[in-house]
Design a protein around this ligand. Structure first.
Ligand code: KIV
Ligand code: ZN
Length: 542
């Protein structure tokens, strides 16, 4: 058996199913590129049957990230080209859509699934076990007629009868499945149980030696990483994971935890993987910013405290020998020590070089935009750190088309009267209007003045402010999430692959500025522009 473990990243599919983590297709491509740089073997790009938007995003990923010519042109180096995978329920329509999504990739894969636990078969599918086997076999065979690389998942395998799993998995192998993924869909199993489940499958399923066995664990009891590692110790050679462990409910297995466990405890696992671990922190930050899902400070590997040693006794030990309290070097996962990077006299060249070191390859237009903002920031702040730069770059990459553009803003607030905001906004037809509103606070007043011009009814689900660095002159980052009513004309609702339920589509807006009131306004306009873009509006058109 090979000792290489394939990393199947499902941040863009299962991760995006985290409440509120909706990503635009542009953001998905940016994350996909970073995942390729991180070295993942397979990217599950989405669930194309959910809506035309989801299908389009998967197609874009297949072309931009899944084709060597485009990926290499973007990266300027021959990165490994990941397999691009699309999820499908076990029906022809979903499989057709998944194929439409991935077929342009150099290495396409269709992933189809059907529930196998008694509770799911009886109450969700309303099918007998024999009918479940028949449908799984027919749909794997159908998918195989379109695509060579087929993954099958018996949903809720963690609560399924192992004897039934041996039968259905043996049959789907005969029908053409090349990867068998074993999901602990509800995060119910323990490491001993999950390891035994994988071992039982490897021992008892006919034809298993010709396919890859995969783990897919959820974290409802906080055991996703432990279960995944038990799975690979039992012989699984693919792990399904997400960056920062995001995903439905308590999330999926964390990519970074599994990769670093395998690397740090080599003699225990005796396994190899293709993850370029110094890319981990950058990937984590990008996913956190784009999804608006903050990483808890004490999160293993990627939390800000993961390598902080504050207690005096620890510091003393650390100074004498870092290994006293450190089992991994922070640099090995991409935490950089460098602080002051560029000053106000630094040129475009130096900025490009520093950004390249940080893993960002910007085209000339984006570089120019970041450069202008860097200059303005360097005028205000004495020291511009890597963290500041990353905030500016992410702010820039995350701005959608400026369908509506915030030109100027003024807010009066305090204890002496009502908060009043006045905004000058450029409309899609190019005209500039001024609107004013009062609110319960400065942010409420701004949002009301913007609403009176943009007029897209929505529900503000989240508003967060975060200081990028220490100090009074720090950049403030604001993230907002709005939900747009699915009944809004032209807005595709979100469709859950597991429950087939529909919910409101959400959009994240993100902005960084030294003035948090300005950042708040820009973040809101950015979220509105993303929603309008999804509705088919374009900048510069009435
Ligand atoms: O958790 C799960 O069962 C899934 C399947 C679609 C693989 O995400
Ligand atoms: Zn899942």
């Amino acid at each position: 058996m090979s000792n290489y473990v394939k990393f199947f990243d499902t941040t863009l599919r299962d991760g995006e199913q985290s409440p509120g983590a909706t990503l635009t297709s542009k953001e998905k491509v940016e994350i996909g590129r970073q995942l390729a740089r991180l070295g993942v073997d397979i990217i599950e790009a989405g669930f194309p049957a959910a809506s035309p938007d989801d299908l389009y995003a998967v197609q874009l990923l297949a072309q931009q990230v899944g084709q060597a010519k485009n990926l290499h042109a973007w990266a300027g180096e021959p990165l490994k080209v990941p397999v691009i995978c699309g999820l499908a329920r076990a029906n022809k329509n979903d499989i057709d859509k998944a194929w439409e999504g991935v077929k342009d990739a150099d290495h396409p894969r269709i992933h189809t699934f059907l529930a196998t636990s008694e509770i799911h078969m009886k109450y969700k599918l309303r099918l007998d076990p024999e009918e479940v086997v028949e449908r799984a076999v027919n749909m794997v065979r159908y998918a195989k007629s379109l695509c060579e690389d087929i993954e099958f998942s018996p949903e809720d395998a963690g609560r399924s009868d192992p004897a039934f799993l041996y039968v259905i998995l043996g049959e789907v192998i005969k029908a053409g499945a090349t990867t068998l993924n074993i999901p602990d869909t509800v995060g119910y199993t323990t490491p001993t149980e999950f390891g035994a489940l994988i071992a039982g499958i490897i021992k008892n399923v006919p034809g298993i030696e010709g396919v890859t066995v995969s783990t897919h664990c959820h974290n409802d009891l906080g055991m996703a990483t432990a279960n995944t590692l038990a799975g690979v110790q039992a012989g699984a050679r693919q792990v399904e994971v997400t960056v920062n462990g995001i995903g439905e409910r308590a999330g999926n297995t964390s990519l970074e935890e599994v990769a670093m466990a395998i690397s740090t405890r080599k003699p225990i696992f005796n396994l190899e993987h293709g993850i370029d671990t110094p890319q981990i922190v950058r990937s984590s930050k990008m996913v956190s910013q784009y999804t608006g899902m903050v990483v808890q400070p004490n999160k293993a590997i990627v939390g800000v405290n993961a390598f902080a040693h504050e207690a005096g006794i620890h510091q003393d030990g650390m100074l004498k020998n870092a290994e006293t309290y450190e089992i991994m070097r922070p640099e090995s996962v991409g935490w950089t020590q460098s602080n002051l990077v560029l000053g106000k006299h630094s040129g475009r060249h130096a900025l490009r070089a520093r950004l390249q070191d940080l893993g960002y390859l910007l085209n000339d237009e984006n570089l120019q935009k970041v450069f202008e903002r860097f200059k303005r920031l360097a005028d205000k702040k004495k020291t511009v750190t890597d963290t500041d730069l990353l905030a500016l770059v992410n702010d820039n990459l995350q701005q959608p088309q400026e369908i509506y553009q915030l030109v100027d803003l003024q807010v009066v607030c305090g204890t002496l009267g009502m908060p009043v905001a006045t905004a000058r906004i450029r409309k899609p037809d190019g005209s500039v209007v001024v609107s004013a509103a009062i609110g319960t606070g400065p942010v409420d007043a701004i949002y009301k003045s913007i609403d009176s011009v943009v007029n897209l009814p929505n529900n503000l689900q989240e508003y967060k402010v975060n200081a990028v660095t220490d100090g009074i002159d720090a950049l403030g980052e604001v993230t907002v999430r709005i939900a747009v009513d699915p009944s809004t004309n032209g807005m595709n609702p979100v469709l859950s692959p597991q429950t087939s339920e529909q919910s409101a589509r959400t959009f994240n807006g993100h902005a960084a500025h030294t003035d948090i009131v300005v950042a708040s306004a820009r973040a809101y306009v950015s979220a509105l522009n993303k929603a309008l873009e999804a509705l088919g509006m374009k900048a510069g058109v009435q």
